[in-house]
Design a binder for this molecule. Structure first.
Ligand code: 8YV
Length: 312
């Protein structure tokens, strides 16, 4: 009976790697309860890929669990306090995805400001020939950009934007060691008021739920665009929909949503929204590096060594 259990919608390459490790695989968290008791008792290491809440109820189904290795840097789906109370180590996959998520955020900002979507449509639907090109976009280089959350990913985004000549402002719990001309704001509303566009790179979880409030959106203003590569939970989604529908915000590029993979049709279909299916880390290179780190975390704990990237 195997001591490794893996849960989540892994692709073929990852499934082959887990099979090499002798891991048992389940597609969904809810399948856990269907495992026989002796199979659950054998599990000492759990690899998790997903955003469904994994809490005390699931942990108690695995009485000998020593480690939960999350496939992702954000571990807001996992009840870390419940894990700690049970002596379970939780690990994540930091750093290996910084470049991909930052590349995507900058791409989203350019795509919104330059109007990629109406431009692509003009070619595909033939209106370029009949009605001329799409409406003019806006210059992205030089726009003042606010970054909400100056962690490792926020920093990678800001470094790229600095190269575009964009003045950088940011909000985080405390000022960070950044180039001298980057401006710190303690308050998200103040940050939104000071910038043209806002990029969200803050951690998810209860502490940041709804931090991008109606007030923040109002402060960003009708010429502003919003980019979210963090978690859907950080935005007050109904307030965002209202602002977009009323033209109180120029646009939003969203890689994450409240109820993903279900997306509110008002966001999925709005012409001023660029919706993406949570692809921040979704490259061959980065997903491979994330899997490697996740597997090495499981191996380390099972071998009695310290985890490589623990969060508790
Ligand atoms: C997901 C992510 O892990 O790293 C994170 O926090 O959100 C992503 O990389 C990935 O989509 C698998 O769910």
């Amino acid at each position: 009976m195997t001591d490794r259990l893996v849960i989540g919608p892994y692709g073929d390459a990852a499934r082959a790697a887990w099979a090499e490790d002798g891991a048992r695989m389940l597609a969904r968290l809810e399948d856990l309860a269907g495992l026989p008791e002796d199979g659950r008792a054998a599990v000492r290491a759990l690899g998790y890929m997903g955003h469904e809440p994994l809490g005390a109820a699931q942990m108690d189904l695995l009485p000998n669990l020593q480690v939960i290795a999350n496939f992702g840097v954000g571990y807001d789906a996992i009840d870390v306090a419940a894990a700690s109370a049970r002596g379970i180590t939780v690990t994540n996959t930091p750093d290996v995805l910084n470049d991909d998520v930052a590349d995507l955020a900058v791409g989203m900002l350019i795509a919104l400001n330059r109007g990629f979507e109406p431009a692509i449509r003009a070619v595909r639907e033939g209106t370029w020939a009949t009605q001329g090109g799409p409406p003019l976009g806006r210059r992205m280089s030089g726009r003042t950009i606010g970054i909400l959350g100056m962690g490792r990913i926020g920093r990678a985004i800001a470094d790229r934007l600095a190269a575009f000549g964009c003045p950088v402002h940011y909000q985080s719990r405390s000022p960070k060691d950044t180039p001298g001309d980057w401006r710190f704001h303690a308050d998200p509303v103040e940050l939104a008021r000071a910038v043209d566009d806002l990029v969200i790179a803050i951690v998810g979880g209860e502490a940041t739920r709804g931090i991008v409030s109606a007030e923040v959106l109002a402060a960003l203003g009708a010429d502003g665009v919003l980019v979210n590569v963090a978690r859907g939970s950080v935005i007050d989604e109904p307030a965002l929909i209202a602002a977009l529908e009323a033209g109180r915000l120029r646009g939003a590029a969203l890689d994450v949503f409240w109820n993903e993979p279900e997306v509110d049709p008002r966001l999925a279909r709005a012409p001023n929204v660029l919706p993406l299916p949570h692809i921040g880390s979704a490259t061959v290179e980065t997903r491979g590096a994330m899997l490697d780190l996740q597997r090495r975390n499981l191996d380390a704990v099972l071998a009695g060594r310290p985890a490589l990237t623990p969060v508790n």
